[in-house]
Design a protein around this ligand. Sequence first.
Ligand SMILES: [Ca+2]
Length: 354
Amino acid sequence: MAAASRSKHHSGSKSPVSLIYRRKTMPLKIFWCVVSLLFAVNRCFAEDDHEMEEFLKREFSLSKPYQGVGSLGSSHWELMGDAMVTTEQVRLTPDMQSRQGAVWSRIPCHLKDWEMQVHFKIHGQGKKNLNGDGLAIWYTKERMQKGPVFGNMDNFTGLGVFVDTYPNEEKHIERIFPFVLAMVGNGTVSYDHERDGRPTELGGCNAMVRNLKHDTFLFIRYIRRRLTVMIDIDGQHEWRDCLDLPGVRLPKGYYFGASAVTGDLSDNHDIISLKLYQLTVLWSQKEEGEEEDEITIPSVDNMELLRLGQIEEGMSGVAIFFTVLFSLLGCIFLVIIGLVVYSHWNESRRKRFY
Ligand SMILES: [Ca+2]
């Protein structure tokens, strides 16, 4: 199936925004190659500058005129909650209190390397910080679930990238909202809404995305287990770095989706398009070898938070050891007490006899 769809979408579907991004970074890369040549010869060649091509995958993309979106059986995308399709956008929530909506891909994605470009718009009547709550882009095992994480379920399995427009935590030092934040869940990690997800964040950046006249974009790239999030919100057609993290392990076969929620405060949360590009990159033999151990649970290298489950397992092992140890000591103590009492009783009995 993958080979067929690849050839089908090869023709003329290159990602213009990514090409701009690549052009911008290329001189910098050449500069660093020259610098690194002076210090370490193989650095330049070892870095990840593989030839890369990208192709739009229509089955995972959502764009005007949103043909058949939300209707039964005829679209690759399914709506839920308060989400609505108009000619201009998929409106996840209107600018009204207590709404939640989502749009989910019906097809699991088995691409190894991909890039998602999100054209979105957040706008409403609320003045600064009197609006909420934000929207989320998902790549998860679960789909079509209602819940508290920007309209999606908590304890999700996979990747969530959030555009959080309301600061729930009062004392946000050095953090300006709206804030873009990424999180990977393994099914047991909870999103802390009251703290705007800070305990579980992989990183992020502030992004003044509300009520803008120009187009706003979010870019999520997953390539050779490296997660990169960028934003284009200034109307300059330039990608700004938001997050760049290696060692992010996401299983294949998850679903793309977008969701949003409003509470006491509200906003229109609109998706204008979701464009998914397949990236064809060379993997080194070592990476290919690692890939053979199929990833089944999402994880992030060197991220203790996501290993809570494992730590707990380790702790319970230690706990079992101490429980056994103290039980044994307790038994020995009781035996000694018993012997002492018995010998005392024996002695007093002998005294009574004489
Ligand atoms: Ca928030």
